[in-house]
Design a protein around this ligand. Structure first.
Ligand code: UN1
Length: 510
């Protein structure tokens, strides 16, 4: 692993080459906003921002595309997504480079993100032949009841920096096979990744002869997001970000009777019981807690360990933390890249300070690396803090690599601690005792949308529905039957009896 960060010229060249290969016209994209790379804190490229005033036109183009796309047979719509998936495969390394350079993910995780995009395309292609409705027995003779799933309309997607392309793709691949166009407001921190992803989809749209307005990207600030939220032409608004953002978005969409799908904060815990395999547990914790520099919504932020194993477990995880290679995310061997910006680093420092005041004891980490070499890049050492109890700071989501370790004595107490936070995204239990695992998964167990056994809280596969409860927002996207949010259901009653019997035995004859 190199400790020297790549030069600004190097990164700029790499980013621009990768974007061009994906079909981005960098001259057309250029403008007066600068994209900064968290790798060295230096500018990568310039971009032009759209404003809220551009949303109307984009939604109008999307509505136009919807008019024809909704009647294209779903398996034919799947053909577009198949082609998009092929292009993603071809450009996996290019998109991965852009993700690394714009948001600081290590190469393996950046390419993993692109793999999630490929996976969801494959899932969506299969789904395009499985948008099943039910047939229901009617209470009346000579009648049939059935439900039909129809395309819903324009889907607005607002995504965050930490999965700058995959979150859009989970929404888009599903929306497209469901018959819906997408208008995307990506994170302003990752516009090249967004432009490159969209350029690949545009190419697939052109090659397949699909309507142009199906996919649109509006790179810009909060005014773009707000205009999407309020636009009556946006049938479903799918937003990923902070709970604060969701609190603003949810009621505004509801006010106009739009649908929203919210993926907000997480405060994910692992319970470690006395029967846990500590080797496997340590590896699971380190990936989920320190991976992606603690910047996944599924990042493990709390370990709730039985008093009999807490000391040994903390020691093992701390030893692994001391060995973590921190550095340039594009250098071979790095496991922890930079935080996305200075504000993230500041939030981490504030949380560590608060934890200290609330009785916490810093076990390892918390410092900053490469400060002299790159004063505008923020490489943080992932931290572990032993907490005597679940205090305020532990109950908040700090989007940085801080792992709080808390003790428990009974499984009931551990489950109560797991659930006693406002967020409800992901959770896990490490145990060799099946009864304990089942208790954790039961109705009165973990209250999260994701509950795992003997794996960490992060790194879900796309085949399952992804999302969580409480302040996480309740939305589900990606696999399983999450597609239903992207369609409208019609219930149909068909009478072939030649009579007109009324339901509930009502008589009404004149
Ligand atoms: C996110 O952090 O917004 O389960 C999504 C995971 C990834 C998705 C994370 N598949 O960690």
């Amino acid at each position: 692993m190199t400790t020297t960060l790549p030069t600004a010229d190097d990164l700029r060249q790499q980013a621009q080459d990768a974007a061009r290969r994906c079909g981005v016209d960098l001259d057309a994209l250029a403008g007066d906003h600068f994209v900064t790379s968290p790798v060295n804190g230096q500018p990568l490229s310039s971009v032009r921002w759209s404003t809220g005033a551009d949303v109307d036109g984009a939604v109008a183009r999307a509505v136009e595309a919807f008019r024809s796309w909704r009647t294209v047979p779903a398996p034919v719509r799947g053909g577009l997504v198949r082609r998009f998936g092929e292009l993603l495969r071809e450009h996996k390394a290019d998109l991965g480079t852009l993700v690394s350079l714009e948001v600081g993910k290590i190469t393996s995780e950046a390419e993993g993100e692109v793999q999630e995009m490929i996976d969801i395309c494959e899932f969506a292609v299969g789904l395009s032949r499985q948008l099943y409705g039910r047939t229901i027995s009617s209470e009346r003779p000579g009648h049939r009841l059935m439900e039909t799933w129809h395309p819903l309309g324009v889907v607005g997607v607002i995504s965050a920096f930490n999965f700058p392309a995959a979150v859009w793709s989970w929404n888009t691949a599903i929306a497209l096979v469901c018959g819906d166009p997408v208008v995307w407001k990506p994170s302003e921190l990752a516009p090249l990744t967004a432009a490159a992803s969209a350029a690949l989809l545009d190419r697939a749209i052109a090659e397949e002869g699909a309507p142009e307005g199906l996919s649109q990207v509006l790179i810009g600030g909060p005014d773009v997001g707000e205009a999407l939220v309020d636009h009556p032409g946006v049938a479903l608004l799918s937003a990923t970000g902070s709970t604060r953002m969701g609190r603003a978005v949810g009621p505004r969409v509801a006010d106009r009777f739009g649908r929203s799908l919210l993926e907000l904060g997480g405060n994910n815990a692992a319970i470690v019981t006395p029967s846990a395999d500590l080797d496997l547990t340590t590896r699971g914790i380190v990936f989920s807690a320190a991976g992606t520099a603690g910047q996944r919504c599924t990042t493990m932020r709390r370990v709730i360990a039985h008093v009999d194993v807490i000391d040994e477990l903390t020691e093992r995880v701390a030893a692994a933390y001391r060995r973590l290679p921190i550095g340039s995310p594009v250098a071979e061997g790095t496991l922890v890249g930079p935080l996305v910006h200075g504000a993230a680093y500041k939030a981490m420092q504030n949380a560590l300070e608060a934890a200290g005041q609330q009785g916490g004891e810093l076990v390892v980490g918390g410092g900053r690396r490469f400060e002299d070499e790159a004063p505008d890049a923020y490489y943080a050492e992932p931290a572990i803090v032993r907490m005597p109890e679940q205090t305020d700071v532990v109950r908040q989501e700090t989007f940085a690599p801080i792992l709080y370790v808390l003790p428990y004595r009974t499984l009931e107490e551990a489950i109560a601690l797991n659930n006693d936070v406002p967020q409800g995204l992901s959770s896990s239990i490490f145990t060799s005792d099946q009864a304990e695992a089942e208790r954790f998964l039961a109705a009165d167990g973990s209250d999260c949308g994701i509950a795992n056994v003997n794996i960490g809280t992060s790194g879900a596969e796309i085949g399952g529905a992804f999302g969580g409860e409480k302040e996480t927002g309740g939305g589900r996207e990606s696999g399983s039957d999450a597609w239903r949010s992207y369609m409208r259901r019609a219930t149909n009653t068909i009478n072939y009896s030649g009579e007109l019997p009324l339901a509930q035995g009502v008589k009404f004859t004149v």
